[in-house]
Ligand binder design. Structure first.
Ligand code: GAR
Length: 200
């Protein structure tokens, strides 16, 4: 499955995906990596793995629509069949989503639908929940609202800060994202409306 990844920053989830491809546990080919930020660690990780990269920096475009059209051309040129958001912090517009015929997946650091949007771990600590976690979901036209593929709970411990919780959730993300992508790539994920069934 020809796969593109979009990432905005550190790229540790991208690295987990690259590593899983490398050890044979993830049957996809990451053919290109893009970022809305220049010189991110994510792009360096892709370079190191020999994956072609592209920057889609807003300052290079008259508006968001032009930026997204460029991303669309890029995925089409690369004959992409799966798009993975890995810490991509821009919300893709409904117009973009409607024009993409293949699945788009995202990983989010909370148990959705709790704490969508930015700073999910801070939201969880401030709310005082005892359990948070991470979610891999299909991207739809809303904010972190698409059908859920896999979720994993992570306890929130007494004294946790945003950073300590984020670190513990991130460890789990690195396992959950490759696993969810593997299931999709193997055709083991059936989506009926909001319901996602994992086939045995
Ligand atoms: C991850 O925790 C990911 O779940 C989160 O950004 C971080 C990126 O880390 N994504 C979101 O909050 C999306 N709403 P990484 O760049 O090291 O993969």
């Amino acid at each position: 499955m020809r796969t593109a990844v979009l990432a905005s920053g550190r790229g540790s989830n991208l690295q987990a995906l690259i590593d899983a491809c490398g050890n044979g546990s993830l049957p996809i080919k990451i053919v290109c990596v893009g970022s809305d930020q220049p010189e991110t660690v994510a792009l360096k990780r892709a370079d190191t793995a020999g994956i072609p990269t592209r920057v889609f920096h807003m300052s290079d475009y008259p508006d968001r629509q032009a930026q997204e059209e460029d991303i669309l051309s890029w995925v089409r040129e690369n004959r992409v069949e799966l798009l993975l958001l890995a810490g991509y912090l821009k919300v893709l517009s409904p117009q973009f989503i409607r024009q993409v015929a293949f699945p788009i997946l995202n990983i989010h650091p909370s148990l959705l639908p709790a704490f969508p949007g930015l700073h999910a771990q801070r939201q969880a600590v401030e709310y005082g929940v005892k359990v948070s976690g991470c979610t891999v979901h299909f991207v739809d036209e809303g904010l972190d609202s698409g059908p859920i593929i896999l979720q994993q709970a992570v306890p929130v411990l007494a004294g946790d800060t945003e950073d300590t919780l984020a670190e513990r959730i991130l460890e789990m993300e690195h396992r959950l994202y490759p696993e969810a992508v593997r299931l999709v790539a193997l055709g083991k994920v059936e989506r009926i409306g909001r319901q996602v069934r994992i086939l045995q």
